[in-house]
Design a protein around this ligand. Sequence first.
Ligand code: GDP
Ligand code: IMO
Ligand code: MG
Length: 442
Amino acid sequence: MLGAQWGDEGKGKAIDQLAAHSDWAVRFQGGNNAGHTIVVGDTTLKMHLLPSGITSHNCKLVLGCGMVIDPWVLDRELKQWADLTGERPEGDRLFISERAAVILPFHRYYDSAEELVGTTGRGIGPAYRDRTERVGIRFVDLPKAMADADYIADISERMNKQLATAGVTEKIEPGDLLADMSWISGRFSPAIAATGPMLSEALERGESVLLEGAQGAMLDIDQGTYPFVTSSVTCRANATHGAGIHPGHIEQCFGITKAYTTRVGNGPFPSELSLEEGPGKQMSEVGHEFGTTTGRPRRTGWLDLVALNESQRLNGYSGLVVTKLDVLGGLDELKICVAYDLDGEKIQHLPASADDLSRCKPIYEEHPGFPALSAEDWIKLASDSRKGSGLDELPADIRNYLGRIEDLTGIPVVSVGVGPDRLASIASTDGPFDVQLNEATF
Ligand code: GDP
Ligand code: IMO
Ligand code: MG
């Protein structure tokens, strides 16, 4: 299950919907730069590290080896979950890969000096950098590191040099670093495990595994709008690798896309609209487009099919989940960006250079809008669709808009989001999302 745009497409909701029918849910990259929202009745959960499958008690959870994990954030999230449900899943149904990288205060301090990209400031890039430089600490490395005072002194010195060079005033004291490591080790040791082999054995037993992407294809370090990207491979090729299993296990791959586009942070965005007026303002206000992790306003724009087709090239989706269709209700017309104009030339790919991409002007095709419905009416439509009509329950103008997305991408739409709630979706009949959606289980 992958973000097909620039993140925040509604991955959390889609994972939550399938989790009741899955044995495992696995995060495979990123860290708490992610913010995945699940709404079930009166409860809204915002998950930054815990897989969104946590809502189903039958679903076991893995924080995979491709992740960078801030132990303090994980601790906080687990406390919130325990307050809500009384459950402490760590070591029982939640496992942390021994190979996952640990985010330490140093990484957060270092990230705070970042200005170009507009990162989430959570230490993600610095933690991946340390891993690539082979100086990072993984969960499995903690006991050895803690037993070696010289090593602790050396890495504190390296961290302080880097912080000083970046103009950051915070310093790392070796004693604090050691205390942090022993707290992390003690707090999480019941959950730290060889999760790759664990998942592989589960698959051999015939169990099902949901792989939960974070960020989106256009934020991929290799294939996205570099340098305005995150620091991990967000695409399908890393989904199994970051979980510690082989790619042959993937049976289906779903791309999650909004019916429009949003982006948080800096970087080119060809179909961007003004947040101050018109459709861009409606998307922002009706869609509550504020970052789940940082609270920053998300930039808004029309659906960008050039970007979506790049994302399809990279991920080969078997189905598209189109979210937040309800947000577009009441607009006179809808636009889809089908190509770019780059210095007078029509192109249908994303230029690799951010400078070139920032000069791209969107070329749109236009479609009639559809009326706004109340949240209750959308839920009723979704409920009626589950009696057998599926996507046919939607009015003709909406079906035409979705049909055009299918034509332009070659991907079937398998579910359409019409509100934040778990029940506010219309799935294709007998498709992968045509599943029983239960009331809250917590
Ligand atoms: P994620 O990072 O991909 O999991 O997405 P986020 O949770 O960051 O952002 C998606 C936002 O849209 C959340 O506030 C969701 O509750 C909300 N949302 C998801 N699907 C829908 C939908 O179909 N309609 C509406 N109106 N909101 C939705
Ligand atoms: P989910 O999983 C949207 C963006 C940041 C910034 C860039 C790099 O909720 O979809 P980073 O902190 O990763 O080094 O920041 O990536 N970004 C996201 N945007 N959704 C996310 O996650 C994001 N995670 C990172 O805003 O532009
Ligand atoms: Mg998000």
